[in-house]
Ligand binder design. Structure first.
Ligand SMILES: [Zn+2]
Length: 283
């Protein structure tokens, strides 16, 4: 079994420790006396903005610290914003995406950003997909070991990751996020697994983030009722519904600006359409 707990890195200087209670004497704690922290695992820079950003912001505003784990650098992402499709962007895309990630994390309120250290696996059939150093091709136990080291260091009570059914968007990195999360979740508290990755820590609750069909159907109708073009095309409606599996909903109406702001911080991969469409609040 191989693992390299030292290989993950963090994005320096972008954390917003003032907004969270991390390190403060009045930080809320669990029954073990550990400060409350949630940890959210994502595949690429921008996923943290499009999946669960409002919920993270809500808990940060409630005084709970938040860690973002980003597994890849998003190097294979397309430049979907015509304003960013200019000289100096494509050749510096990895560095630009890290700056965008730092800004987005700050807006959402993550006080720590941990990079798992892999390159983007791209979609099947692409050049990036064949690269031996990408996330999907990396040794499975190595990736699990890196995540276990982060879980043991960050000591979150709540972990949020991707679900087991990703038919709607089966990107190899998203599938891998789920697979390593489940194994790392079970291994983190087991002293016999990855003993070099730090003292064991058992988180309390694991959530899968999900796209609620009812939500985007309501938003689609909201755009139409307002006489606007809806950004939700047929491929959204072809996605299988997971609504019957949803156990927990968080009211993010007060925190929706964090999601919009974080998405806009990702100026290269977020399409021009998303940047210019009027914002409507979720119903
Ligand atoms: Zn992604």
């Amino acid at each position: 079994m191989s693992s390299d707990p030292t290989s993950s890195t963090s994005v320096p200087g972008e954390a917003d420790s003032k907004r969270s209670s991390a390190g403060r004497s009045d930080a809320p704690v669990d029954r073990r006396g550990q400060p409350l922290r949630l940890l959210s695992i994502h595949a690429h820079p921008d996923d943290e903005a499009s999946k669960g950003a409002g919920a993270v912001r809500k808990y940060v505003d409630d005084g709970i610290a938040a860690t973002l784990v980003c597994c890849t650098g998003g190097e294979a992402g397309d430049i979907l914003n015509p304003a960013m499709d200019r000289p100096g962007i494509a050749e510096n895309l990895p560095a630009i995406r890290m700056v965008e990630l730092g800004r987005s994390a700050q807006i959402i309120g993550f006080d720590r950003v941990e990079l798992l250290g892999y390159s983007d696996s791209g979609m099947e059939g692409t050049e990036a997909n064949a690269h031996p150093g990408n996330f999907a091709n990396a040794p499975f136990d190595e990736a699990v070991g890196r995540l276990v080291a982060i879980l043991r260091r960050e000591r979150p009570q709540v972990v949020i990751t991707y679900g087991d059914d990703q038919q709607g968007y089966p990107h190899p990195d998203h599938l891998r996020v789920h697979d390593i999360s489940i194994v790392a979740w079970h291994a983190a508290g087991d002293p016999d697994r990855f003993p070099e990755a730090g003292p064991p820590w058992t988180p309390s609750t694991l959530y899968y983030s999900a796209w609620a069909r009812a939500r985007f159907v309501a938003m689609h109708q909201g755009f139409l009722d307002a006489g606007l073009e809806s950004p939700f095309d047929q491929k959204w409606f072809d996605r299988p519904s997971h609504d019957h599996l949803i156990t927990t909903q968080v009211d993010v109406r007060e925190h929706y600006a964090a999601r919009s702001g974080a998405l806009k911080a990702h100026a290269t991969p977020v399409s021009y359409t998303h940047l210019t469409l009027p914002t409507i609040s979720p119903v």
